[in-house]
Design a protein around this ligand. Structure first.
Ligand code: ADP
Ligand code: MG
Length: 405
């Protein structure tokens, strides 16, 4: 992310009477024809309502699941359109194509403020291949392009980076907000700053750590990432989930941070361990260096939660990515729920990234008390690792502010 280049948003353009191609991330699960978790739809409403109010003719383009370039009946967008209509309280038409004569006719038939949801764009292999001809066909549907699909902004796909080659392209309000918060914490965080890392994809998380380490005053590590750090210190974690390729980078980080007197790295002190994986198996809390043979770490313990809370006291910025354990299954959700409560108590900026971490925060019921919960797993991870998002780079640069503004 090039933090110095601001992008134009829907506030910078007039869509009245114009055809708008709006890219959203409606990659939601549908069961029995109903949307299971509508967060991504809800989060897109501010942009959608603004475009409706401004009198645009709106064609929404989105993907769902992994159809691998061919139509799949269980991945159609029609149930999403139905749910979106109920959220908006107005009609949302859906069609079974996203390019070609049917799509063009449907867009032409839209009244000002009318909304149409095009078919799953990934039914065409050209989408993920970023095929220029396909991008041109999508672009032909509209006069302007609005990208509000933050969750897909790290993908160089046709509907993300191809379309902006042909149309004036600006950010939607969700994408703007996501980038603003993730930039704030990665580029100019208010100090002191704390980072909480967990989750399973350890090498991903270590890249976040490597990018943000110099800006952090405190780093707390739990989850399988924590087990990997324990193993990197030579502690026997028995059958715990450890990413072998993460050991050497973890050792490098341990060494680098030992030399920083003003820095605190907090690793698990006690852990919740289980014998076997079957439900109803034995569960114990033990010191982190006493994991019995044949047992595995599935959560951080209460002494670790206490240490995290103490270490994060007074932080003005806290970033969290990765659950503290196997939070999908009780009783291994305790550590993750407690960390959600710690984040909720942060006085300053609290930002959560990562698909599972965001789900955990919502389950803890503290969403309202955090500054920002990212809707994009991979995209937020990329930003926390210091990468630029191709979908953001493709948008029009903001005009330089007027003198004295
Ligand atoms: P996110 O999606 O928030 O970026 P990850 O995908 O990296 O997070 O990891 C989330 C998964 O990690 C969760 O499904 C959780 O059950 C699992 N997990 C976390 N800690 C452990 C652990 N100690 N042992 C096994 N699984 C774990
Ligand atoms: Mg995940």
């Amino acid at each position: 992310m090039d933090g110095n280049v601001k992008k134009q948003t829907i506030r910078d353009i007039d869509v009245s009477g114009r055809r708008v191609l709006l890219r959203t991330d409606y990659n939601v699960q549908v069961e029995d024809g109903c949307v299971v978790d509508d967060l991504r739809l809800v989060e897109s409403l501010p942009t959608l309502r603004a475009l409706i109010q401004a009198g645009g003719h709106i064609a929404i383009c989105s993907h769902r699941g992994r159809p691998r370039g061919a139509p799949a009946d269980d991945l159609r967008n029609a149930p999403v359109a139905q749910h979106l209509a109920s959220l908006l309280g107005s009609e949302v038409r859906s069609i079974e194509s996203c390019i070609g004569p049917e799509a063009r006719a449907a867009v032409e038939a839209l009244p000002p403020g009318g909304v149409l949801l095009l078919e799953n764009v990934r039914f065409h292999p050209e989408e993920e291949a970023n095929d220029p001809g396909f991008a041109r066909e999508l672009a032909a549907l509209a006069d302007v392009f609005v990208n509000d699909a933050f969750g897909t902004a790290h993908r160089a796909h046709a509907s993300i980076v191809g379309v902006p080659r042909h149309l004036p392209s600006v950010a939607g309000l969700l994408l703007e907000r996501e980038v603003k918060f993730l930039e704030r914490v990665t580029e100019h965080p208010e100090p002191p700053m704390g980072l909480v890392l967990g989750g399973a994809k350890v090498s991903d998380k270590i890249q976040i750590l490597e990018h943000l380490l110099d800006r952090c005053d405190v780093v707390c590590v739990g989850g399988a990432a924590g087990s990997t750090f324990l193993a990197a210190q030579g502690i026997d974690v028995a059958d715990s989930l450890v990413e072998a390729s993460g050991i050497v980078p973890a050792q490098r980080i341990l060494q680098a941070t030992q030399r920083r007197g003003d820095f605190k790295l907090v690793l698990p002190r006690d852990v919740v361990v289980a014998f076997g994986t079957a439900e109803g198996g034995q569960v114990r809390t033990v010191p982190a260096d006493r994991v019995p043979t044949g047992w595995r770490i599935l959560d951080i313990g209460p002494a670790t939660v206490y240490a995290f809370r103490e270490a994060l006291k007074g932080m003005r910025t806290v970033v969290w990515n990765g659950p503290m354990g196997l939070f999908e299954r009780e009783p291994f959700d305790r550590g993750t729920m407690d960390v959600a409560f710690i984040l909720a108590d942060v006085e300053g900026t609290s930002v959560v990234g990562g698909g599972e971490t965001a789900a955990a925060v919502r389950r803890a019921g503290v969403s309202e008390r955090l500054s920002h919960i990212s809707t994009g797993g991979g995209a937020s991870l990329a930003m926390l690792q210091g990468h630029q998002l191709p979908g953001v780079e493709a948008l029009l640069d903001a005009k330089p502010a007027a003198m004295g503004a």
